[in-house]
Write a protein that binds this ligand. Structure first.
Ligand code: FAD
Length: 697
């Protein structure tokens, strides 16, 4: 492709051709360049490129002289038509492209607009609908890469021209590619049995499709099961959750795999093969009647995780009374029979002979079309925040500990008591502990303001006459009914003090403070430092990614945000998909959220999975790597580096090959191959070099 002198194009006459519509700016070929084009340009087998410059309202046009870019493009080699338009992604915008393809014989398309992440599918579709292969399209990102990052219009315009030139040169070498349709397995794997996982599983199962619900704890339920009542409606958490848990437990289309974890995932959208590790419960599922005698007779105790370690459970235990499944599990590390053959009381007293010390770990393989990850969150550990005294001072508790304390099924049977057994008369609740704090987590955890206000309500309900102080930075009552809930708390007499707490101490400065926890805070509404003596302090601890989030992300090939939560494909337009097709996310594993948002996201993920299952097939992206076997030296660098496990090595023929269904076309193997045996379809050396040359002209 002959290089064009950019300067000569700049000098092109500004004569405008007639505009098909008011907003459409068309720069005819001949108006842009004074010199006549080469004869080869119009030959029917030659690329005939249409260039379309989007204004994106004023998003691009405010900073880039779009008309000048269109005029410049019209003068580029092989460009037959160049137009600018207010919104290329709109229907009339797409029609422009289609019309030119049909009427003017355009056979390659360049759209200069926003990021291809946003609208490449839109323009590919438009191109294909008009009869041109969708891969004969190239986009130049003149919004994110130009207008949004430059202020100087001249500089921005010149850069936009360079990017358009690069795209024109690149698209010249594009080749038509064909996508493939592959059949989809109808079952779905849901990983994590909190409210998100339960909701998604039930919705899919109700549609008549099979679900494997994998939960690593002995029971499903997640954190919601630990809550007493839920804001803002104050409905009892267990009362609304347990019916869903038992539906999930007894649904004919749900195979519950509790006390289990995913070990390995292979395959691609529509065709995943998953190995699930089932830990031994040492209790026979089929024989156990759930009578509880084994737990009664077990002589050994351990801290109860479900009660946040505030209470105790037996070594053979069900986490809580409404556990699903209602079959106990033996904590092998603490069981004296499993460790050294002594005791065995559970087995002696079990009338149906359900205790089975011979059980071993099992690996079960399941075939699924989609995977929904719903592994939830961990509560922020406040102990590193020395100033708040958590773990160091008595009667400083975190959010979930307080939830368990006020629950009638909790370790104190719903009594709010200090460590010495007395009831507190003055309680402080500190907001934003571990959230909105650049030393820990910069983000807002979105539920702590509301649950802190809820705690005020519980305190007054359980302890009439108690004084409740909420120490807040800002109050974020953003949900339906949330502001009203806050107003009720104000009317009920909760005291709100705006200021970040500096310290919680038990060092008294006067008689009033003796034996108390003292909160030192700057009250920013009255501009005063205050010391407030209290009997109990509750920390509004935030939500964090699970500690093993990185491991889980690697297993399922999903990315993580800088905070560590699983990263959605697009924060606005695709908040449930991930970069790996067929792997969806929902609930707090994607980011902190309340129960209504968790449930909504889980239902959305279920609907997305079902859409794929119902369609029956999925289209595989044609951009992928191909290996030239003649050049392959068999070094296997590609096999080791491929992040999608798409490259395998044929031991007999001593060459690597790419599974086209797994390959995402990321190009890692292309760049790494020392023999240059791998080519990236749609990213050939010729295409990339043409693009680089284009941008450097
Ligand atoms: C103190 C406190 C009070 C709250 N009060 C309210 C309230 O009143 N109202 C409200 O709307 N929201 C409230 N919330 C928020 C609420 O807890 C969450 O919105 C909800 O629990 C999120 O559900 P989830 O299913 O996404 O996650 P989780 O509840 O965390 O469930 C995740 C599940 O996945 C399992 N899991 C984790 N990793 C794996 C793995 N690798 N393999 C298999 N299983 C795995 C876990 O064991 C768990 O069962 C509160 C939060 C806190 C901290």
């Amino acid at each position: 492709m002959a290089k064009k002198d950019a300067k000569s194009t700049k000098k092109a006459k500004a004569t405008k051709a007639e505009k098909p519509r008011d907003e459409i700016q068309e720069t005819p070929r001949e108006a842009a360049a004074e010199a006549p084009k080469e004869a080869t340009k119009t030959a029917s087998d030659e690329p005939k490129i249409g260039v379309y410059i989007c204004h994106c309202g004023t998003n691009i046009a405010g900073t880039v002289d779009v008309e000048a870019v269109a005029k410049y493009a019209a003068g580029l080699e092989n460009v037959a038509v160049s137009k600018d338009y207010k919104f290329m992604c709109s229907d009339p915008g797409q029609e422009l492209i289609k019309e030119d393809i049909k009427k003017n014989g355009i056979n390659r398309v360049v759209v200069a607009s926003c990021s291809p992440k946003m609208h490449e599918p839109t323009f590919r579709r438009a191109t294909a609908e008009a009869g041109v292969n969708q891969y004969l399209l190239e986009m130049a990102n003149i919004r994110e890469h130009v207008s949004w990052v430059h202020e100087d219009k001249d500089i921005a315009t010149e850069k936009a021209k360079a990017l358009v030139n690069a795209a024109v040169r690149r698209v010249y070498y594009h080749e038509p590619l064909e996508t493939k349709q592959v059949p989809v397995k109808s079952a779905t794997l849901v990983v994590g049995g909190g409210i998100a996982g339960i909701q998604a599983a039930i919705e899919i199962a109700d549609s008549g499709n099979k679900v494997y619900l994998v939960e690593r704890e002995p029971s499903i339920g997640g954190h919601m099961m630990q809550l007493d009542k839920t804001f803002p409606t104050l409905d009892c958490s267990a009362c609304i959750l347990t019916p869903k848990m038992s539906t999930a437990g007894s649904h004919p289309n749900i195979e519950l795999m509790t006390y289990s974890e995913v070990k390995d995932v292979d395959g691609y959208v529509g065709n995943f093969s998953v190995k699930v590790k089932k830990k031994p419960r040492y209790v026979d599922f089929d024989k156990c009647t759930g009578c509880g005698i084994c737990q009664e007779k077990c002589p050994f105790k351990a801290p109860n995780n479900y009660d946040e370690g505030l209470g105790e459970r037996k070594v053979i235990y069900t986490p809580f009374a409404q556990s699903v499944p209602n079959v106990p599990v033996i904590d092998a590390e603490l069981c004296t029979y499993i460790q050294n053959g002594k005791c065995g009381a559970c087995a002696k007293f079990c009338e149906v002979g359900a205790i089975d010390f011979e059980q071993k770990e099992e690996i079960v393989e399941v075939e699924v079309g989609n995977i929904i990850i719903t592994t939830g969150y961990d509560q922020f550990d406040a102990s590193p925040m020395y100033q708040y005294g958590y773990g160091r001072l008595d009667d400083v508790v975190n959010g979930l500990e307080f939830e368990r304390m006020i629950s009638s099924t909790g370790p104190t049977a719903g009594r709010i008591v200090k460590k010495d057994g007395t009831e507190p008369k003055k309680v402080g609740i500190i907001h934003c502990v571990g959230s909105r704090d650049i030393n820990y987590n910069e983000y807002c955890s979105r539920v702590c303001c509301m649950y802190s206000i809820k705690f005020g309500h519980f305190l007054r309900e359980h302890l009439p006459g108690v004084e409740v102080y909420n120490f807040y930075i800002d109050l974020r009552c953003f949900g339906k009914g949330y502001e009203e809930f806050y107003n009720r708390a104000l009317e009920d007499g909760t005291i709100f003090i705006r200021g970040k707490v500096g310290e919680v101490t038990n060092v008294a400065e006067n008689d009033e403070e003796k034996g108390k926890l003292v909160v030192q805070v700057e009250d920013t509404l009255i501009n005063m430092q205050r010391r407030i003596p209290l009997d109990m302090v509750i920390l509004g601890t935030g939500l964090e990614p699970r500690k093993d989030a990185a491991e889980v992300a690697n297993k399922f090939l999903v990315s993580r945000s800088k905070e560590g939560f699983f990263l959605e494909k697009h924060p606005k337009l695709d908040p449930i998909a991930t970069a790996t097709d067929g792997v969806l996310i929902a609930g707090c594993c994607q980011g902190p959220k309340d129960i209504p948002d968790t449930v909504a996201q889980a239902s959305a993920a279920a609907a997305r999975a079902l859409a794929i299952v119902t369609r029956g097939t999925v289209e595989m992206e044609a951009i992928s790597a191909v290996i030239d076997e003649d050049k392959c030296s068999g070094c296997q660098v590609c096999v080791t580096l491929c992040p999608y496990k798409a490259v395998s090595f044929d031991e007999e023929r001593k060459v690597s090959s790419v599974n086209q269904a797994l390959c995402k076309g990321c190009g890692t193997c292309v760049a790494a191959c020392p023999s240059a045996a791998v080519t990236g379809r749609h990213f050939t050396l010729q295409q990339i070099m043409a693009e680089i040359e284009g941008v450097l002209v």
